[in-house]
Design a binder for this molecule. Structure first.
Ligand code: NAD
Length: 243
């Protein structure tokens, strides 16, 4: 069993789905966990249900808000060991249907939001010269996906944020990795038809769609000392699916 006792962790978008499962996995391993959500009441509710230390409101597109929240968490708990930049959105559109607003919201949430979180985490971790950051890429960031050009491009960028930040922060004792989930059953994929779900499960060597806990377990490994020589990696959590 992974031991994270004494560690302080922050998970963005931790009110549901993969974020909430990650909060639970880190709490189970003994970490003190702060989660964030866009809505304060939902964040507080999720935190108390999952045994997290606090649930705070945060919109990751707001660089100043991210910076001040991360600084505040590190100050209150004396340090920050683990940050999971999980918040993200997905909206499909065929090339001819892509609106400028979709480009703006997707890139500002998935790319800029992840970047803000990694920057703030690095600043907080730099003082102690130790820490581990995980960002949420996607299988479509590697292979591409028809109807998902904007989302897939944003997730390719997220994977590269992990690789580049890992190179920059390694000498400061900070590891940065990405997980690249396949099709995971959460609110994000709830709009998929039963046929599409069955088709994806059928194409997956392990014969099923993923669960939020599958991704959370991989994240818990990456932030733990068991992964102490792992950085700059993009770990597929996809049941072997190749798109
Ligand atoms: P979800 O929609 O259930 O949860 C996303 C979370 O991010 C929510 O809590 C939401 O409130 C939060 N969020 C969105 N925009 C935000 C913002 N601007 N500021 C703060 N929080 C914000 O989705 P999920 O499936 O749990 O996805 C979690 C992450 O995993 C996302 O980055 C997603 O792109 C990625 N991912 C999911 C899948 C999948 O199949 N579910 C596959 C690959 C990658």
């Amino acid at each position: 069993m992974t031991d994270l006792s004494g560690r302080v962790a922050l998970v963005t978008g931790g009110t549901r789905g993969i974020g909430l499962a990650t909060v639970r996995a880190l709490v189970d391993a003994g970490a003190t966990v702060v989660l964030t959500g866009r809505d304060e009441a939902r964040a507080k509710e999720a935190a108390s249900a999952a045994g997290a230390a606090a649930g705070l409101a945060l919109d990751v597109t707001d660089a100043k808000a991210v910076s001040s929240l991360v600084r505040g968490v590190a100050k209150e708990h004396g340090k920050l060991d683990i940050v999971v930049a999980n918040a993200g959105i997905m909206e499909d559109a065929l090339l001819g249907m892509i609106r400028e607003e979709l480009v703006d919201t997707t890139l500002s949430t998935n790319v800029a939001g992840t970047l803000h979180t990694v920057q703030a985490a690095a600043r907080a971790m730099m003082r102690k010269k130790t820490g581990s950051i995980v960002v949420l890429a996607s299988i479509v960031g590697e292979y591409g996906s028809a109807g998902q050009t904007v989302y897939a491009a944003s997730k390719a960028a997220v994977a590269n944020i992990a690789k580049s930040a890992a190179k920059e922060l390694g000498r400061s004792g900070i590891r940065v990795n990405a997980v690249a989930p396949g099709v995971i059953e959460t609110d994000l994929t709830a709009g998929l038809s039963e046929d599409a779900k069955a088709e994806n499960a059928g194409k997956t060597p392990l014969g099923r769609l993923g669960r939020a806990e599958d991704v959370a377990n991989a994240i818990r490994f990456l932030v733990s000392d068991e992964a102490s020589f792992v950085t700059g990696q993009v770990l597929g959590v996809d049941g072997g699916l190749v798109l």
